[in-house]
Design a protein around this ligand. Structure first.
Ligand SMILES: CC(C)(COP(=O)(O)OP(=O)(O)OC[C@H]1O[C@@H](n2cnc3c(N)ncnc32)[C@H](O)[C@@H]1OP(=O)(O)O)[C@@H](O)C(=O)NCCC(=O)NCCS
Length: 238
């Protein structure tokens, strides 16, 4: 088994990172696969949130994960139920990154086919969880692919498929891995991705950070400028 290092993505490794995309997402539309320029952009926008797995012996990039910060409201998730990957990611340019967001939105998690089943995705997930803890985030959210659904589309509804995967009756190489890494199923997203074999169906998944502590001053809460100024104004002599 190879010794794998998990590092923040280096812009100079962008070509290697992008070379994994067609190998890992062979049925995904080309404009939804991350290009070298977009990997470089991700590092500029949110360097802490980008990771790559490197085989120490060969110095080869064998896995990547990418994401940005956003606000995700569990109580009224209407937007999250109907959004698309393209909208969320700004066409993969991370234009929606919000530095004060309370959730990490994962947009990519891929491991070279020759390196699968060695726990590399788990290491990448662990890196994202460690970041979420370090930044005091409420958790992570993502739209997950359902590659295994391709061979069941004529046999069962996507709702039944997702149910069977959660029960462990069917194994989905992506969804099962996400469940094993602590993600919780929040629903299904229609036409989230341009992935014809699965009719664009994806899961909406959340990893609630178990270490998150609600405080009165949360990340993303606008500074109470008016509240601090108003009493002073009121105290002025008339
Ligand atoms: C999903 C993907 C990243 C997983 O990568 P990986 O490095 O092989 O995953 P890991 O080895 O870390 O496995 C993670 C967990 O899933 C389980 N798992 C992985 N493949 C499995 C399989 N074929 N059968 C049963 N369990 C499996 C592992 O046992 C592990 O659980 P454990 O740690 O509790 O034992 C990889 O398959 C991939 O790149 N897929 C294509 C791209 C993709 O769909 N990305 C996600 C987009 S939403």
């Amino acid at each position: 088994m190879s010794e794998i290092l998990i590092l923040n993505t280096h812009p100079e490794r962008a070509d290697e990172c992008a070379a994994l995309q067609p190998l890992c997402y062979p049925t995904l539309a080309a404009d939804e696969q991350v290009t070298p320029a977009q990997f470089i952009r991700h590092v500029h926008v949110f360097p802490l949130g980008q990771f790559m797995a490197v085989d120490r012996q060969t110095d080869r990039v064998v896995g990547t994960t990418a994401g940005f910060l956003t606000h995700y409201d569990r109580i009224s998730p209407d937007y999250f139920r109907h959004h698309t990957f393209y909208e969320a990611t700004g066409g993969n340019w991370l234009t929606n990154h919000n530095p004060s967001g309370n959730y990490y939105y994962g947009i990519d998690m891929c491991v070279h086919p020759d390196y699968r089943g060695q726990g590399i995705a788990r290491k990448l997930h662990d890196a994202r969880k460690a970041l979420a803890r370090r930044l005091g985030l409420k958790g992570q959210v993502l739209g997950g692919m359902l590659p295994g659904y391709a061979k069941y589309t004529h046999v069962m509804s996507v709702h039944d498929y997702a149910h069977h995967v959660q029960k462990g009756v069917i194994h989905d190489s992506t969804f099962t891995t996400q469940l094993r890494n602590g993600f919780e199923f929040r629903g299904l997203l229609q036409n989230y991705l341009k992935d014809p074999p699965t009719n664009g169906w994806s899961t909406l998944l959340e990893w609630p950070n178990p270490g998150y502590i609600e405080t009165t001053v949360n990340r993303g809460t606008p500074k109470p400028v008016t509240q601090s100024i108003l009493p002073r104004i009121a105290a002025w002599p008339l």
